[in-house]
Design a protein around this ligand. Structure first.
Ligand SMILES: Nc1ncnc2c1ncn2[C@@H]1O[C@H](COP(=O)(O)OP(=O)(O)OP(=O)(O)O)[C@@H](O)[C@H]1O
Ligand SMILES: [Mg+2]
Length: 259
């Protein structure tokens, strides 16, 4: 059997007396797009923070592409091939969209312009990087704003540029925290479809937090993990999730709408 791209075992995170994540276990395979969903405060972003090394785990294990990543720093985890985006997007406001993609990655630390500029870590030629950047803008359907300043973008466009920046590091695994929040419905749908093809065509693993369950059930995700109060409530294909009355009633209120 192949090694999972991401393997989480009994992940637990306490903030003082609050158990934000409680013995969570799941795998994501290479080439698989998995949605992570659940109500506000159920632990989705905390799970990402533990996986990407931003938070120390209280107990449990995180493995990225077969390597133990549990106690690694964010930059070491990125070197294993895992890249993430943040729920609250941060861009270089005085740079254009294409320039934002060409700036070396921030290594998943909090934004620090000096650190980022000091890390010209790409071995690719300028020409190749430019080609990659334009191809990624194309994939995300935002080529037309390549030369707009980041400060001029809408919230949704900023989100897409942030995904583009994550893709520039040629990740083997991507964690996307609400990547299409604020993106208009039809475009959000196409972006999801594009991410799905990117995942399967390039054998990347992808775990995507999406707030809107109704939305994610209709998109091209392979599997959905539903979290509630720091635990996994259910895991399955969109069809299996749709058929779970518990999940549907808890998160959508109106199962009839899902037909
Ligand atoms: N750094 C922190 N210190 C203390 N408590 C925290 C911290 N980060 C998160 N929490 C708490 O952990 C719980 C899970 O939060 P988390 O941000 O992971 O939820 P979420 O599922 O991402 O929610 P949302 O859908 O609103 O983004 C919440 O009760 C939150 O208040
Ligand atoms: Mg969150």
């Amino acid at each position: 059997m192949s090694i999972p791209a991401l393997k989480i075992s009994n992940l637990t995170k306490d903030f003082g007396g609050l158990r934000a994540i409680d013995k969570v276990s799941f795998n994501v395979e290479e080439g698989e797009l998995v949605g992570l969903i659940g109500p506000n405060g159920c632990g989705k972003t905390t799970t990402f923070n533990c996986i990407s090394g931003l938070l120390e785990v209280s107990s449990g294990k995180v493995e990225v592409l077969g390597q133990n990543a549990t106690d690694l720093r964010p930059d070491q985890i990125q070197n294993l091939g895992l890249t993430r985006t943040f729920q609250h997007t941060w861009l270089w406001k005085d740079m254009t969209v294409i320039e934002n993609l060409l700036v070396p990655p921030r290594k998943q630390f909090s934004p620090n312009p000096f650190l980022a500029l000091l890390r010209p870590n790409s071995r690719k030629s300028e020409k190749q990087r430019l080609f990659d950047a334009y191809s990624i803008l194309d994939l995300l359907e935002i080529s037309h704003i390549a030369h707009n300043l980041a400060s001029e973008l809408s919230g949704g466009q900023s989100k897409l540029v942030d995904i583009g920046r994550a893709l520039m590091s040629s990740p083997r695994f991507l964690l996307l925290d609400e990547p299409v929040a604020g993106v208009a419905g039809p475009l959000a749908e196409r972006i999801f479809q594009n991410l799905s093809s990117l995942t399967s065509n390039n054998n990347i693993g992808m775990l995507v937090i999406e707030h809107n369950m109704d939305f994610i059930l209709r998109r091209g995700v392979d599997r959905i993990i539903v979290m509630d109060s720091g635990q996994i409530l259910m895991e399955g294909t969109p069809d299996q999730i749709k058929q779970s009355r518990d999940v549907v009633e808890a998160y959508l209120g109106n199962p009839g709408e899902l037909k």
